[in-house]
Every structure is written in C-alpha cells, then in structure tokens.
Design a protein around this ligand. Structure first.
Ligand code: IPD
Ligand code: CA
Ligand code: CA
Length: 259
C-alpha cells in the first residue's frame, strides 16, 4: 500500500473514533449554525483536529484544505479533508455519514479514503492502483441503460439560487431512470457509485472536500466523473456528475438536452 494512503487511513480511523464516541451521546453535542441549515458541531472540529494532527506528524510540509479550518501551507501535496460528511444525518442519528480525506499531488487526485464510520466500511484508492472496499477490489456497475439505473443525488437545502435548474434535472432523471436516492453524504454517494450500489450520481454546488476523495474512488473503479458538461472542472465549479461510463454519457446527454 502507498505510504501516504496508509497515513490517510490512520487519520480517518482516528476521526471515526471521535465520531462514533460522540454518536452515543447525540443530545450532549453543541451545535452551531454557520448559515441557514448549515450546522457544525464540536465533533466536526474534533474529528478535523485528529486528522490534521496525524497528517502533520507524518508530512509536516504538506498543505491542507479542510472544511472547518480552511487552507494552510504551500506545497505540491494538498490534503483535502471533510472530517464529517453528512453532519445533518449525524445530528439526527440517521446512519449515513463519513470521513473523507483526499490527497492532491500537482493538481491531480492521488490518494483517497472515504470511511463509513457507521458500518466500518473503508473505501480507498491510489491513482493507477484501483479502488477497494476494505480488502476487496471494487468496480462500477455495468448496467448499460440510464432507464434501468439507480441514481444518487443531493437536494439543495441551504442555498436555493439554482433550485429551479436542479428541479428540472431532477424531473428528467426521475422520469428517465429506475429511481433516485438522496442518502445525504456526498462522499459516500461517490463511494457507492465506485462499488456499483449506485449507477450514477449528480449534485450541484458541492465543495472540494465533498468530492475530492470520492471522485478518485469512482475513476479508479472504472467510472467517469465530470462537471455538467462532462469536463474536468468539477472540483472548482462544484457541479458533479459521475457513473459507469455508459450511464455517465446518458446523464451528460440528459443534462445538455435541458441546457
Ligand atoms: C454535505 C453532504 C450532503 C450534500 C451537501 C454537503 P456536510 O456535507 O455531503 O450530502 O448534499 O451539499 O455539504 O456539510 O454534511 O459535510
Ligand atoms: Ca461535506
Ligand atoms: Ca462536513
């Protein structure tokens, strides 16, 4: 295993312990609101600190981009961290949330960990070496048609400037697929595409830490990832589509038909 992936796994497991411990006493958790429907808890902060301490100990010169503490350092290696993806689920005891840690090297994703702390499922990938769920190699599904596909998404819930556009796409996919799911943690949605539980996924307005690790999982599992035009700007623009190669192409066509 790549040594940097090994350190990322160690960091994710430490954050997972912080989160699992806190989940036993949900009503004790102090919550603050960053903006409407955007909650952050002391657990998000504690998990992030655990991750950063582990990464810094091993790689003191690497840069970091973390959801709660922001950007620091200047390096060709950048760790992109979401310490608790799915905070709303976590706060409600809805068992779908994860730790997401990705490493970018010279602008390309090179290592990825998405850790489903509830189910103790560890999704990992290293560039060029495939994607894994625990010790098992994973692949995207081979379902060829969008009309038979199960599609994941995320609904807008705190920023509504493009909700009409979203609903238009939602309608198209609701009518054109076998079903839509909104599990509530984008990093896990991407991991689910990587292991074939979902055939495709789309969401608007995500942050880089929601997508960084998960996007490498999908690519290394043989899937495709793009922005709404199918191009590579998703980490910058926040709009993402991914899926197995056949479903991905039909999703991009569906979106561009409604541009
Ligand atoms: C959120 C989750 C959710 C997605 C949101 C994200 P957070 O992350 O990934 O599924 O719809 O856009 O912000 O805030 O729980 O880390
Ligand atoms: Ca997130
Ligand atoms: Ca988060």
């Amino acid at each position: 295993m790549h040594p940097m992936l090994n350190i990322a796994i160690k960091a994710a497991r430490k954050a997972g312990s912080v989160i699992n411990r806190a989940s036993l006493e949900l009503e004790q958790i102090r919550v603050t609101s960053k903006q409407t429907n955007d909650f952050v808890t002391e657990v998000d902060h504690a998990a992030e600190q655990a991750i950063i301490a582990t990464l810094r100990e091993a790689y003191p010169d690497h840069a970091i981009l973390a959801e709660e503490s922001g950007a620091s350092g200047d390096s060709e290696y950048v760790w992109i961290i979401d310490p608790l993806d799915g905070t709303t689920n976590f706060l409600h005891g809805f068992p779908q949330y994860a730790v997401s840690i990705g490493l970018q090297h010279r602008g390309q994703m090179s290592q990825a960990v998405v850790f489903d702390v509830v189910h103790n499922d560890l999704f990992t990938a290293s560039r060029g070496r495939g994607a894994f769920l625990n010790d098992r190699r994973i692949r995207v599904s081979n379902r060829p048609f969008l009309r038979d596909a199960l599609i994941g998404t995320g609904f807008p819930y705190r920023e509504f400037s493009r909700i009409d556009r979203y609903l238009e796409l939602f309608k198209a996919f609701a009518q054109g697929s076998a079903g839509i799911r909104r599990p509530g943690a984008a990093s896990l949605d991407l991991a689910y595409v990587a292991c074939g539980r979902l055939d495709g996924f789309f969401e608007m307005g995500l942050a880089p830490w929601d997508m960084a690790a998960g996007s490498l999982l999908v690519l290394e599992a043989g899937g495709l990832v793009g922005d709404f035009k199918g191009d590579e700007t998703y980490l910058e623009c926040g709009d993402i589509v991914c899926g197995n190669p056949k479903v991905f192409a039909q999703m991009i066509a569906t979106i561009s038909n409604r541009a």
